[in-house]
Design a protein around this ligand. Structure first.
Ligand code: SF4
Ligand code: MG
Length: 326
């Protein structure tokens, strides 16, 4: 499996009147063809800003301040905007949480799908219309010919999300970034959309970045998982390993907070405390104020990233080998 995206030490900061927000702060990972990378964490942890950074969609007062994003070996940080427009939609595409805000209410579905086909693949209108109907069929939309001529408001939420996926797949992207793609949908529709994404991935070998706060979705979809906290990746592991053998206290807390239906627990065992204010980050480990295992060193220094094994890392002093950092 080829690496399609290699991100190294990426940092994206926002320079505001109140101070600097290190939204993404030294993040590294790779994405492989045909695999899904799950990115989990609470809102504000940097999951979406990481995705926007890949697409070069960070606007002032935000800026990628350092690091590297290599797509198929080519550096995307600082790339010419025209070239980036080609990558965006054509090679790397994105689907969002709420399709109604990303679909244009005044255009028919087929016109919205056709737009990128005409722009990126130089199709003529008729050809693009035909391909649009094909794509709608591909994502399991019944009566695709009719739906192609509908306006977004005529479709249900689940159908709109299918349309978004059809649009995202229009140009056979190498990478599909899905930011909370099913959060707005009810559970049954959510399951259908996720299994659709799985099926399409098997057919097209697309690498998917799945951004979510829902560990159940991660368990169902991801091959590898990054857990983010306050702009940093605190744990990275293959999905089975992460669920069986979570190392970082934050990951352990997230897993413990999944409701266990069999035991009919009525209350979530959530992690005490709140995510730190990005303007007032603690000096040491950002998780220390909420961590049961916090030691003296944790209040003074930030942990490095330690290898648990060749595919599993955790940024926590509990795994510092020789206690070397301490
Ligand atoms: Fe807890 Fe210390 Fe590990 Fe941070 S470094 S998660 S405070 S044990
Ligand atoms: Mg988000």
């Amino acid at each position: 499996m080829k690496n399609i995206l290699e991100v190294k030490d990426l940092a994206t900061y926002f320079f505001t009147d109140k101070g600097t927000v290190k939204a993404v702060d030294g993040v590294s990972y790779t994405m492989r063809e045909g695999q899904t990378l799950g990115i989990v964490g609470e809102s504000g942890c940097g999951k979406s800003i990481n995705a926007m950074s890949i697409l070069n969609l960070i606007e002032r007062p935000g800026k990628i301040v350092s690091g590297s994003i290599k797509f198929n070996g080519e550096e995307l940080v600082g790339v010419d905007p025209a070239k980036m427009r080609h990558y965006r939609g054509n090679e790397i595409s994105m689907i969002f949480q709420e399709p109604m805000t990303s679909l244009n209410p005044v255009f028919r579905i087929r016109d919205q799908i056709s737009e990128s086909l005409m722009l990126h693949q130089n199709m003529k209108k008729e050809e693009a219309y035909e391909k649009s109907v094909e794509l709608l069929k591909l994502v399991g939309i019944p009566r695709a010919e009719k739906v192609a001529t509908d306006y977004p408001h005529q479709l249900s939420g689940g159908m709109r999300q299918r349309v978004m996926i059809a649009m995202a797949l229009a140009c056979d992207p190498k990478i599909l970034i899905a930011d909370e793609p099913t959060t707005a949908l009810d559970v049954t529709i959510q399951a259908q959309i996720l299994s659709l994404m799985n099926d399409l991935q098997r057919e097209t070998n697309t690498a998917i970045m799945l951004i979510t706060h829902d560990l159940g979705v991660v368990a169902q979809m991801a091959h590898h998982v990054l857990v983010m906290y306050s702009g940093k990746v605190v744990e990275s592991a293959p999905v089975v390993e992460l669920f069986k053998n979570p190392k970082h206290p934050y990951t352990q807390g997230l897993l413990a907070s999944i409701p266990d239906l069999k035991e009919e627990k009525s209350r979530l065992n959530s992690i005490d405390g709140v995510v730190p204010n990005p303007f007032e980050l603690p000096e040491g480990c950002y998780f220390a104020p909420r961590c049961k295992h916090a030691m003296d060193i944790c209040l003074k220094k930030q942990p490095s990233t330690y290898d648990i094994n060749s595919e599993h890392t955790a940024s926590c002093f509990l795994y510092s080998k020789e206690g070397g950092d301490m």
